[in-house]
Design a protein around this ligand. Structure first.
Ligand code: C5P
Length: 398
């Protein structure tokens, strides 16, 4: 099992470290916690012992550890994450001071290092702290920026520890990144579109955007530059992903076309509404005055247009079907000039639309197909990207 070392410093946000551990464990990683002496004033190390099943490390001279533990552990881990990191610890790491286990360990590791600062705004923005951060960045250390909001000191400002989800996603990007995705731009669409009749009524569908957002997360973790064009959904995008929020199919089309030229991989996971009202009325129409204004017409088929314009892009589409799944998906694969089609049966209960799960059938233009049984959308997007990786390797480099 891959292992992560989690350095924990003395910040009020230390309570979020438990959640970080849990998220890593859910992803299949073991976590070894290193606390600073002062951090033990906030939380008893026994909490982390219990969460990780391993003895928390505090001191260089602890008889509970192996001799020269900092060197042995350094060879076993895939990532050193310091979260929360105090101004003091950032200062020590930036200047090579090694006067406790964590700062000594930092000098012994060869794996990527990620720091998530947490402190009062004045301390964070102090030129000394900013200089220390710059120095560490220059040495290849990565950072998860703190967030703005209410701080423990009662003030509002920047300095709050980033969310555990963001910290873990950025960590996974450093551990899981793959050579082939390093220089790739992946453009993904997600969620539904809304086609308005008047300011308060629209045509849409129950898409939650989960599939597209999970795909964006996977592309991000594999090291790609990600552009996410999203319809209206209630989801947090992964960190460092460029997001364009759109509402209608026409807005989605414009946003996708704007980035299409630069993209290496394009995945149309959005459930674009197929119909729109012929007229979009500026004022709310009265219930009793329904008229020919309800006439509907087709929205632009974005994917079909992308298929026609395709040069070097790898084009992936979805087909949400309820009947004749294989036949319809095969037809759309050809019609839209795709490199990979992902068909799903949206009539299966708790699968597809709105669900956290999906069951898909992958289809290639050469007639090959592969079924992926019901799994979480996270797992499904990992499978999809392992197939995209194969396709990218097969392509001649340009
Ligand atoms: O033809 P159908 O709507 O089933 O095709 C589904 C695929 O086409 C999806 O990848 C979807 O994102 C895309 N699509 C589109 N523009 C539309 C309708 C669907 O790009 N107007």
């Amino acid at each position: 099992m891959e292992k992560i070392a989690l350095g924990v410093c003395s910040s009020i946000s230390i309570y979020k470290a438990g959640e970080i551990i849990r998220l890593f464990q859910e992803e299949g990683y073991a976590v070894r916690v290193i606390m600073t002496e002062k951090a033990t004033q906030f939380i008893n190390p026994y909490l982390f012992d219990s969460l990780t099943g391993e003895k928390t490390i505090i001191s260089l001279f602890d008889e509970r550890q192996r001799p020269i533990e900092h060197i042995s552990l350094a060879g076993e881990i895939s990532l050193l994450l310091v979260a929360p990191a105090t101004a003091n610890m950032i200062g020590k790491l930036a200047s090579g001071v090694a006067d406790d286990f964590l700062s000594t360990f930092y000098l012994a590791v060869k794996c990527p290092v990620l720091i998530a600062p947490a402190m009062n705004e004045a301390m964070y923005l102090h030129p000394q702290t900013q200089e220390n951060i710059r120095r560490l960045k220059k040495l290849g250390v990565e950072f998860v920026e703190p967030e703005s909001g209410y701080l423990a000191c009662g003030q509002k400002g920047i300095g709050r520890l980033a969310s555990p989800e963001k910290i873990v996603q950025k960590s996974l990007r450093l551990i899981r990144r793959r050579e082939i995705f390093q220089d790739k731009i992946v453009l993904i669409t997600a969620g539904p579109t809304r086609e308005f009749l008047d300011p308060v009524r629209f045509l849409s569908n129950p898409s939650s955007g989960k599939m597209g957002y999970e795909l964006a997360r996977e592309a991000y973790e594999l090291g790609a530059e990600v552009i996410l064009v999203s319809g209206p959904v209630e989801l947090e995008p992964p960190p460092e992903v460029y997001i364009e929020k759109v509402v209608t199919a026409e807005e989605m089309r414009k946003a996708v076309l704007k980035h299409y030229e630069r993209a290496d991989v394009v995945i149309m996971a959005a459930a674009v509404a197929d119909f729109k009202f012929r007229e979009h009325l500026p004022a709310k129409i009265k219930k009793d005055s329904l008229s020919e204004s309800l006439a509907i017409e087709n929205t632009p088929d974005i994917l079909q247009e992308l298929g026609k314009l395709k040069s070097r892009q790898l084009l992936v589409g979805f087909a949400a079907e309820t009947t004749e799944i294989l036949e319809r998906a095969e037809k759309k694969l050809k019609q839209k000039n795709l490199d990979l089609m992902i068909a799903n049966d949206v009539s299966v209960p708790d699968s597809g639309f709105g669900s956290g799960y999906n069951e898909i059938l992958l289809l290639w233009p050469d007639g090959r197909s592969r079924k992926i049984p019901r799994a979480t959308k996270r797992k499904i997007s990992q499978e999809i990207f392992s197939e995209i990786e194969v396709l990218l390797h097969e392509r001649p480099r340009n």
